[in-house]
Design a protein around this ligand. Structure first.
Ligand code: NAD
Ligand code: TYD
Length: 364
């Protein structure tokens, strides 16, 4: 039975990936999920998985080399899928060091431990050992508004935020391991994800949560920044397909071919919320465009991201499957059906975060 070590599996994409993998492979695989459970990690995301014999959770920090080494010593790991990271740009602007520590040092430690466990005396690796580093399109920087400009695997790195700079650094470490040690790895650079279990600091769940509560919807700058949105399950599938069919040492860009301005996303959320809520629901009365509030812009705000997923389509046959209209409806319904999840993650420290991040933002 193949054993996967998934890092950051209690976060948004990691937990969706674990769900996807058990749905697809059921008892044919074993997954060890290592996560330190920061504010973004939530075991509630995996509660239906917990009872499985072929699933193990280990609470550990990826910067703790002894803890990570122990996992490799005690288990014959075949695949590493490395999601664990600090992932929110706004937080990285306030506190870059945490991002450097987890994203750069943590990735360095994951690579070192995997290499120690896998490399044979002659410098080769046993067949089937693979490390997949999950990264972002934000490493490429910002695109002009020209609709024909896209990020390709060959686009030079030009990160602007501490988050994207730390992810770019981690990608470079993976590349260095591949070039220096012939370490069996792949890098995937994906566009913005949305879907169930996303922490409400990111645009889509934050706007859903605020709208349902009748709170202002804070739009940074002119609201015309563009992101390329991909439904999270499509990302999970792409990661699996890269491990199954991708060429080792290659980078694959993953994107939704679904570019939207932030303000369009907010209007869509308001429309779908109004359609889905019954007239008898008192929240419906306050869900309207008046909630939209323009606030001062994010520092160094990248204007546009857009991926051309040509390589992954041509080589692997992956394409985004979920149309945005369908994905956003599924996402909103999920949040409706999981109000308690939202309550749990937004109680306590979230209030402090929100006040700290948005309390001092000037309206414009
Ligand atoms: P997330 O913030 O929801 O989850 C991150 C997870 O990592 C959490 O469970 C957290 O507890 C864990 N973690 C953080 N620091 C850790 C540490 N030191 N040791 C062990 N675990 C730790 O993030 P996400 O949105 O699920 O993103 C997952 C990965 O995908 C990240 O590497 C991110 O850069 C990348 N990515 C995200 C997006 C997106 O739109 N969210 C897009 C492309 C790539
Ligand atoms: P986000 O979800 O933080 O993802 P990223 O910055 O990694 O792309 O933000 C998506 C876009 O939405 C980005 O252009 C910033 C903008 N945004 C707002 O306008 N208001 C908000 O409250 C948030 C969280 C984001």
């Amino acid at each position: 039975m193949r054993t996967y070590l998934v890092t950051g599996g209690a976060g948004f994409i990691g937990s969706n990936y674990i769900h996807y993998m058990f749905k697809k492979y059921d008892n044919e695989i074993r997954i060890i999920n290592v996560d330190v459970l920061t504010y973004a990690g939530n075991l509630e995301n995996l509660k239906d998985i917990e009872g499985r014999d072929n699933y193990t959770f280990v609470r550990a920090d990826i910067t703790d080399k002894d803890a990570i080494k122990k996992i490799f010593d005690e288990n014959d790991i075949d695949r590493v899928v490395h999601f664990a990271a600090e992932s929110h740009v706004d937080r990285s602007i306030k506190d870059p060091e945490t991002f450097i520590r987890t994203n750069v040092l943590g990735t360095g430690i994951m690579l070192a431990c995997a290499r120690d466990a896998w490399e044979k005396e002659d410098g080769t690796y046993p067949e089937g050992k693979k490390f997949l580093h999950v990264s972002t399109d934000e490493v490429y920087g910002s695109l002009p508004e020209d609709e024909n400009a896209f990020f390709y695997e060959t686009t030079p790195y030009s990160p602007h935020s501490p988050y994207s700079a730390s992810k770019a650094s981690s990608d470079m470490l993976v590349r260095a391991y591949m070039d220096t040690y012939h370490f069996p790895a792949n890098i995937t650079n994906c566009s913005n994800n949305y879907g169930p279990y996303q922490f409400p600091e990111k645009l889509i769940p934050l706007m859903i949560n605020n709208a349902l509560k009748g709170k202002k919807l804070p739009v940074y700058g002119d609201g015309k920044n563009v992101r390329d949105w991909l439904y999270v399950e499509d990302h999970a599938k792409a990661i699996d397909m890269v491990q199954e069919k991708g060429r080792l040492f290659e980078t694959y860009n993953i994107g939704g071919h679904n570019e939207k301005q932030n303000i369009e996303i907010i209007h869509t959320i308001l429309d779908v919320l109004r359609e889905e809520l019954p007239d008898s629901d008192e929240r419906k009365a306050h869900i309207n465009e008046d909630l939209i509030t323009y606030v001062e812009d994010r520092k160094g705000h990248d204007r546009r991201y857009a991926i051309a997923p040509d390589k992954i389509k041509a080589e692997i046959g992956w394409e985004p499957e979920t149309m945005f209209k369908e994905g956003i409806r599924k996402t909103i319904k999920w949040y409706f059906e999981n109000l308690q999840w939202m309550e749990n993650v937004t109680s306590g420290d979230y209030q402090k975060y929100y006040e700290n991040m948005y309390g001092s933002k000037k309206e414009i």
